[in-house]
Design a protein around this ligand. Structure first.
Ligand code: TXA
Ligand code: MG
Length: 328
């Protein structure tokens, strides 16, 4: 299959036509690029699992254009869910709802909840409107690989497997949405993201997070290997250890690179580096792109540890998984 990469209104028009014919289309969101299919067509949904190589017990997120589009997809839209939706949607937040009979069970992997999100990216919004149906969409990467924040990342993983990638430039949040479960007694973050526990607490009071311990039964996707570059990777908050490891890897011919903020570059004294920018928002926006470049151009990766406070915790959740837990 020939994979086109297009932008602008022509891309949206072609994309909507492909979706109506049961095909898959990759599209930009502000978190990462998604691989979309009409949520009401089980035949199309199956193609998502095939193209990604995704296990069928890992449910998909449904994307809507407007908050009102949520109603037919859910059994109950509680005042609490509505308050959170109105505060954080559109944006990088996914909410769980009891699923209605309108949603095929292949989307939810048989669960009785459905995950729903309303992207803020203007191209995503326009595309969802043009499709006239919600789109089930996981991140547009092959299963276990790094998520895409540019059309070129999608092309690298899915060329030949899907007919169209809508190019909407860079995903400026940079990591996947926060997944929040309000169906239990205490609001629980199943996957950390740019909407942090602190931000949610302002609306919800107590919010449970899984500091490294993810509730696997609740978020089936979290049990799988994730965000993995093709080369080995380590994480540390200690510049001396980073530099020592770099030199050892260099001597062994493993062509290392250090992922670190602009202001810390002088501390690594001219060793190969990818600049993550300054401030945690920039680091978050740049991290997946940096991992993509690092695996393409180097033989091993060392990433600085930004700690676990707020957005840094969400970024490090991905980085630690990418490193398979390797620490210095
Ligand atoms: O930012 C994002 O969320 C991106 C963009 C494209 O919207 N999408 C995304 O989808 O990251 P995906 O499939 O890569 O990750 C979805 C995560 C998985 O860990 C999955 O297990 C979890 O959400 N999930 C989906 N439906 C669920 C449900 N009903 N209950 C619990 N977890 C669910
Ligand atoms: Mg994913």
């Amino acid at each position: 299959m020939d994979t086109k990469m297009l932008s602008g209104d022509a891309a949206i028009e072609l994309g909507a036509d492909l979706i109506s014919r049961g095909e898959l289309v990759a599209f930009p969101t502000e978190t990462v690029y998604g691989l979309g299919a009409n949520v009401f067509r089980p035949d199309s949904i199956k193609k998502i699992f095939e193209a990604k190589g995704r296990p069928s017990d890992n449910p998909l997120i449904v994307h809507v254009a407007d908050i009102d589009d949520i109603t037919p997809l859910v059994k109950e839209f509680t005042p609490l869910n509505r308050a959170v939706a109105e505060k954080f949607m559109p944006g990088p937040l996914t909410l769980l709802f009891p699923v209605s009979d309108a949603v095929p069970r292949v989307v939810t992997a048989g669960l009785d909840t459905v995950a729903i999100r309303m992207p803020a990216h203007p191209v995503a919004h326009k595309f969802l409107k043009a499709c006239c149906a919600p789109l089930a969409a996981p991140s547009a990467n092959r299963s276990t690989h790094i998520s895409p924040t540019r059309a070129a990342h999608v092309y690298e993983d899915l060329k030949g497997l899907i007919p169209l990638i809508i190019d909407g430039d860079v995903s400026n949040v940079g990591i996947e949405s926060t997944v929040l479960d309000l169906t239990g007694e205490t609001p629980t973050i199943l996957r950390p993201g740019a909407v942090t526990a602190e931000m949610l607490s302002a609306v919800l009071g107590d919010v449970k997070t899984h500091k490294g311990v993810i509730n696997v039964a609740k978020a089936p996707g979290m049990k799988y290997k994730h965000y993995a570059p093709r080369v080995e990777m380590w994480v540390s908050e200690d510049i001396n250890k980073i530099v020592d490891k770099y030199d050892t890897l260099q001597k062994s011919g493993l062509n290392p690179v250090i992922l670190i903020s602009t202001s810390m570059l002088p501390a690594i004294q001219g060793r190969n580096a990818i600049d993550l920018g300054e401030g945690i928002e920039e680091v978050c926006a740049n991290i997946y792109s940096a991992l993509h470049s690092a695996e393409a151009e180097y033989g091993s990766i060392i990433c600085y540890d930004y700690g676990d406070a707020g957005l840094a915790g969400s970024v490090m959740n991905r980085v630690n998984k990418a490193a398979g837990g390797n620490r210095l």
